[in-house]
Design a protein around this ligand. Structure first.
Ligand code: IPM
Ligand code: MN
Length: 377
C-alpha cells in the first residue's frame, strides 16, 4: 500500500491528473499494488481564497507520504513566480529533491521535428541538479553609486514637481542574482548520474556547464565531475558547454546517454529535449530525493488556455506516474505503463498536439485498457 499525495493544481492539471491516476490504478491492479490517494488543493484557487501557497502543517503531512504526484501550478490571475516559488520550488527544496530526472525518449510513430531521426536515435536521460545554482533565490535590486548621485541632483526637483522622493522605493536600477554550487550538492547529483548510467548500461556521461565564462561556479562543478568520474571505469565522459549542447541535441541526439547538468541550464535544455521527443505533452519528470520523499510531474505547465477542453495530452502525466512507480521499487509496473503508452500511441490514439483527434479522457482510458490487456497477456 502506497500513500500518494496528489496535487492536481491549476489549468489542465486536474484533467491530466485524473488520467494519470486512472492508469496507475490499472497498473496497481495488474501488479497487486494498492494506492491511497490523498488530495491537496494547492494552486491558484486555494491561494486566491486563503492567501496561502503551502502551509508548514501540510508540508509535515506530505512528509508522511511515500511520494507526491503533482500536475501543474500557474494561473494568469496570480503574479508570475508566486505559485511556482511558493509551491513547486518550495516542495523541491523542502524535501531536498536534488535530482530532477528528465528522460528524453521518442516513442515509435511520434513525429519529431528532427528530420530522419528514429526512436533509437532519441533515447537518453537528462539529470538536472535541482536545489542549487541560480535557483537558490539570492539576489537583490539595488541603487548604484552613480545612480544615487544622479538621483540626489534630481531629488528636489522631482519632490517639488511630483511629490515623490525618487531616492527611496522603486528606484533600484541595478540587479544581481547569485548562483551557488557546492561540492556536496554537485557530487550527489553527479554520482546519481553515473549510477544511472551503470544501471542502464549506458556508456557515456556528458557534463554540461559554462566554465569558460561563469568560472567560479562551474569550475567547481567540473572539478567534482572529474573526481566522481574516476570511480566509474568503463564509462566515457565529456564536457559540453551549454550553448553547444543545444546544437548537438539537434544535430546528433543519438550521441547522448546520460547528461548531467546544473539547475538552470537543465531547465532550458530539457524544454528542447521535450520538443525533440515529440513535444512537451510527452515529457515526464521526477524530482527525486533517493533517501526521502520524491515528487513526480510533467515537464509542461498548467496551460490555462486549454483548460476544460479535453485537448491536453495526458501522456506526460502518465509517464511521470511510471517514473514514480520505478522510484517506489515497482519496476515491473512501471514498464507495463510505459509499454501501454508506447502501444496506444503507435495505434494512433493521440491528442491533437501530436496529430490525433482523441480527447484527454480517451487517451487515458485507452492506456488504462492497454495496461490491463498487456497484464492479462
Ligand atoms: C520546470 C519549470 C520550473 C523550473 C518553474 C515553473 C519554476 O520551468 O519544472 O522546468 O524552472 O524548474
Ligand atoms: Mn522548465
Amino acid at each position: 500500500m502506497y500513500r500518494i499525495a496528489v496535487i492536481p493544481g491549476d489549468g489542465v492539471g486536474p484533467e491530466v491528473m485524473q488520467e494519470g491516476i486512472k492508469v496507475l490504478e490499472a497498473a496497481g491492479e495488474a501488479a497487486n499494488i494498492d494506492f491511497e490517494w490523498v488530495r491537496y488543493p494547492f494552486g491558484a484557487e486555494h491561494y486566491l481564497a486563503t492567501g496561502e501557497t503551502l502551509s508548514e502543517d501540510s508540508l509535515k503531512e506530505l512528509s508522511r507520504c511515500d511520494a507526491i504526484y503533482l500536475a501543474a501550478v500557474g494561473d494568469p490571475r496570480v503574479k508570475p513566480g508566486i505559485l511556482e516559488q511558493g509551491i513547486l520550488l518550495r516542495l523541491r527544496f523542502y524535501f531536498d529533491q536534488y535530482v530532477n530526472l528528465r528522460p528524453v525518449r521518442l516513442y515509435p510513430g511520434i513525429p519529431t521535428p528532427l528530420k530522419d531521426k528514429k526512436p533509437e536515435d532519441i533515447n537518453f536521460f537528462v539529470v538536472r541538479e535541482n536545489t542549487e545554482d541560480f535557483y537558490v533565490g539570492v539576489g537583490a535590486r539595488v541603487t548604484s553609486a552613480r545612480q544615487r548621485e544622479e538621483l540626489e541632483v534630481k531629488r528636489e526637483l522631482y519632490e517639488l514637481k511630483f511629490g515623490v522622493d525618487i531616492t527611496k522605493e522603486g528606484s533600484e536600477e541595478v540587479a544581481f542574482q547569485i548562483g551557488v554550487i557546492s561540492r556536496e550538492g554537485a557530487e550527489r547529483v553527479i554520482r546519481y548520474a553515473f549510477e544511472l548510467a551503470k544501471r542502464e548500461r549506458m556508456e557515456r556521461v556528458t557534463s554540461v556547464d559554462k566554465a569558460n565564462v561563469l568560472t567560479h561556479v562551474y569550475s567547481l562543478w567540473r572539478e567534482v565531475f572529474e573526481e566522481v568520474a574516476k570511480e566509474y571505469e568503463g564509462i566515457e565522459t565529456e564536457h559540453n558547454y551549454v550553448d553547444a549542447i543545444t546544437m548537438y541535441f539537434l544535430s546528433m541526439p543519438e550521441h547522448f546517454r546520460v547528461v548531467v547538468t546544473p539547475n538552470m541550464f537543465g531547465d532550458i535544455i530539457t524544454d528542447l529535449g521535450a520538443q525533440i521527443q515529440g513535444g512537451i505533452g510527452l515529457a515526464p519528470s521526477g524530482n527525486i530525493n533517493p533517501e526521502g520523499v520524491s515528487m513526480f510531474e510533467p515537464v509542461h505547465g498548467s496551460a490555462p488556455n486549454l483548460k476544460g477542453k479535453g485537448l491536453a495530452n495526458p501522456v506526460a502525466q502518465i509517464l511521470a506516474g511510471a517514473l514514480m512507480l520505478r522510484e517506489l521499487g515497482e519496476g515491473e509496473a512501471a514498464k507495463l505503463v510505459e509499454q501501454a503508452v508506447a502501444e496506444t500511441l503507435r495505434e494512433g490514439v493521440r491528442t491533437p498536439d501530436i496529430g490525433g483527434s482523441a480527447s484527454t479522457e480517451q487517451v487515458g482510458s485507452a492506456i488504462a485498457e492497454k495496461v490491463k490487456a498487456l497484464a492479462e497477456g
